[in-house]
Design a protein around this ligand. Structure first.
Ligand code: 5MM
Length: 341
């Protein structure tokens, strides 16, 4: 393992002004997104859509540091035969790959999930590296509800995240470690804080036990935020203050960067929260976005599966990428959104 090189890539992934495009929707998830805009989820449509994003020159070269791909996408070619991975490299961004194989019910723990995909992961990583992937992603899902999460669910998911991260580093690939505490319930921000704190503490304990080099990884956490169905929604400043307090307590400064998931926040909320956190600096790690929905909802709608809408889709993507790029430096203002509308 060349730790200097892993650290160089991890640092580039969270460079100020840039963040990560999470375009790694599995077949089931992209179908849901396409259903919402009335587009059939064929292999060709998925390719055309993602090609549109990766050919968005302004966004990709100025605001996107890396792209997380799904297995299908990493092997696909653009319409003109150029591998999609090459389009990403040519834009200056780093290609990455989602390597988990989704979730399964966790035995003895009703309503809880464990992420799977460790079998043969070492062989798969080798092939992804040869294809150009320089980082990977594995997402654990922790739900908050009556009596959950259990310590069992937190432990097994943290263990799998650390196993995955160690395998990545051995294959010279930077692991994005994503323990996502869902914001779907009616819990308040305090409960999210408490659960996320337990999840992050356990995850870093496992990473240490399994000898993962913290200098060669990126953390992709949720923010400390109110559940979507909670009657009392914490304001932007509180989300920012609690998230930074939580991360300072749980994430060692040796970690080069933290790149948030958006988790179902609106586009503008996700941007505003990241921006507000940068007002609380200096911070010990790079802090940016690794958004899926909060970067893609607007371009999906603008594109709607029509070739004549490609330019509009790219404009919508560039706008969101730019807004989040500014937020990653604390330079975003809501008036910039109004100007673009
Ligand atoms: C883009 O969505 C990713 C893939 O999800 P599935 O495996 O369920 O299809 C997801 O892992 C994503 O990278 C993160 O959760 C962040 O995405 P959001 O939309 O929460 O920013």
């Amino acid at each position: 393992m060349n730790l200097t090189e892993l650290n160089r890539i991890a640092t580039a992934m969270v460079a100020p002004g840039k963040g990560i495009l999470a375009a790694d929707e599995s077949s089931g998830t992209i179908k849901k997104r396409f259903d919402a805009i009335g587009v059939e989820s064929t292999e060709e449509n998925r390719r055309d859509y993602r090609e549109m994003l990766f050919r968005s020159k302004d966004a990709m070269s100025q605001y996107i540091s890396g792209v997380i791909l799904y297995d299908e996408t990493i092997w696909q070619d653009a319409k003109d035969g150029t591998p999609l991975v090459k389009l990403i490299e040519q834009s200056g961004a780093i290609p990455g790959i989602k390597v988990d194989e989704g979730t399964q019910a966790l035995p003895m723990c009703p309503g809880e999930l464990v992420t799977v995909g460790l079998d043969k992961l070492a062989e798969r990583l080798k092939k992804y590296y040869e294809r150009g992937a320089r980082f990977a992603k594995w997402r654990a899902v922790i739900d908050i509800g009556g009596g959950i999460p259990s310590m069992t669910a937190i432990s097994v998911n943290a263990h799998a995240l650390a196993r995955y991260a160690a395998l990545c580093q051995a294959a010279q690939i930077v692991p994005i470690v994503e323990p996502e505490v869902l914001m779907d319930g009616d819990h308040d921000i305090e409960r999210c804080y408490e659960v996320t704190s337990r999840v992050l503490s356990k995850t870093f304990q496992e990473l240490r036990v399994q000898r993962v080099a913290l200098e060669g990884m990126v953390l992709k956490p949720n923010m400390a935020i109110s559940g979507k169905k909670c009657a009392k929604q914490a304001p932007v400043e509180e989300v920012a203050e609690k998230t930074i307090r939580l991360l300072k307590a749980c994430v060692p400064a040796a970690v080069p960067g933290i790149a948030f998931l958006s988790g179902g926040q609106s586009d503008e909320e996700a941007t505003a929260h990241l921006n507000a956190m940068h007002k609380l600096g200096p911070l010990p790690w790079g802090l940016t976005f690794s958004y899926g929905r909060a970067l893609q909802a607007a371009p999906q709608k603008a594109w709607s599966g029509k070739a004549e809408n490609v330019a509009a889709g790219q404009r919508a993507f560039s706008h969101r990428a730019q807004m989040n790029g500014l937020a990653s430096k604390g330079e975003w203002q809501s008036s910039l959104e109004k100007k673009a509308a």
